[in-house]
Design a protein around this ligand. Structure first.
Ligand code: XMP
Length: 322
């Protein structure tokens, strides 16, 4: 794509000029936006870009390692993987309020990130900039301060980061819409499997485990969620829907296995169509795909004996359950 090629060239040049001899740090989530930012800046300033990936303990199965390894191998990204999962899970222990979960994860993330940034600075390099994957719609929303969902759920998890760290922002994607970010990413050689990932919330699986988070419940949700991802991809529906995932409910119901009665957890399937996440409708996934997901979850995930399908539109429901 010639336009995106030009865009990438121009932005790489602009970033190089803006940064001068300084260094930049960037929080890499593995999502589309932060990945494209990191690869763009890497082309502009190489190892003067310091990417930090924080494992917050509530990631999907393999979410962290896969993306990190890929980016290191294919783009020679200067990237540090920080496993802070124990810290996050300790702080989340016993918490069931969704907004509290978000706050804990947001604050802990800032603490961890700040510590890593300070370690880089202590190494003697002058870190002047913080890179962020802000898109054009975010720019508009923050100007008008009217993102309704932002009021209902405190979405902007790392909102306080730039102010707190006394760094200038560098936002290479702030002129772009999501589809353009993908086009730039493709131009830069980022694979489709990364560019077409579904959005994944900052608080991760924490807001998909309704109620208290435990290692055991995380394991159950991870396994069920992996099956949902696998079946969406295998059936060709992954690219057709906006988001699809599993939610672990805080209740047990009765089932039967062999001669015995079971009393186990319920998984809800949440699969939606949307263009901007402001409104959404449940995806009309073929019955055989749903059947496969259900059968596999019940057979393969110990501790689950029932699967239900969420058929609620947004509004009045939201995409996430918390
Ligand atoms: P809701 O549940 O509000 O979700 O309909 C709309 C979109 O936002 C994502 N989401 C979040 N993303 N931090 C995030 O980074 C959050 O706290 C958060 N809550 C919801 C959700 O996955 C959907 O794409």
């Amino acid at each position: 794509d010639w336009n995106m090629h030009n865009f990438a060239e121009r932005v790489i040049e602009e970033c190089r000029e803006k940064v001068g001899g300084g260094h930049v740090i960037c929080a890499l989530s593995g999502g589309v936006d932060s990945t494209v930012v990191a690869v763009l800046l890497n082309k502009a300033i190489g190892h003067k870009l310091h990417c930090i990936f924080v494992n917050n303990g509530v990631l999907r199965e393999n979410e962290g390692e896969e993306v990190v390894n890929y980016l290191r191998e294919h783009f020679d990204l200067n990237l540090k993987y920080v496993d802070a999962s124990k810290l996050f899970l300790d702080k989340l222990a016993g918490v069931d309020d969704p907004e509290k979960k978000r706050k804990i994860i947001g604050h802990t993330f800032i603490d961890v990130f700040e510590q890593e940034a300070n370690a880089i600075k202590a190494g003697g390099v002058s870190v002047k900039f913080l890179a962020q994957g802000t898109l054009y719609p975010d720019v508009i929303e923050s100007v008008s301060h009217k993102g309704p969902s932002a009021v209902i759920k405190s979405h902007h998890n790392v909102g306080g980061l730039p102010e707190k760290m006394d760094m200038d922002l560098i936002e290479p994607l702030r002129e772009l819409f999501k589809d353009e970010v993908r086009a730039v990413g493709a131009e830069l050689g980022i694979p489709e499997s990364v560019l077409w990932r579904h959005p994944f919330p900052g608080p991760g699986l924490a807001i998909r485990i309704i109620g208290k988070i435990t290692e055991e419940r995380l394991n159950i949700l991870r396994k069920a969620d992996t099956i949902v991802q696998e079946e969406l991809r295998a059936s060709g529906w992954y690219r057709k829907v906006w988001q699809g995932f599993a939610v672990l409910l805080p209740l047990k119901t009765v089932g039967v296995m062999g001669d015995g009665r079971t009393y186990e957890s319920v998984i809800a399937l949440r699969i939606v169509d949307s263009v901007d996440a402001m409104t959404a409708d449940w995806s009309r996934i073929p019955e055989d795909v749903l059947a496969k997901m259900s059968t596999r979850i019940i057979n393969e995930v110990r501790g689950v004996n029932r699967v239900v399908l969420d058929i609620s539109p947004k509004p009045p429901s939201t995409i996430e359950w918390e």
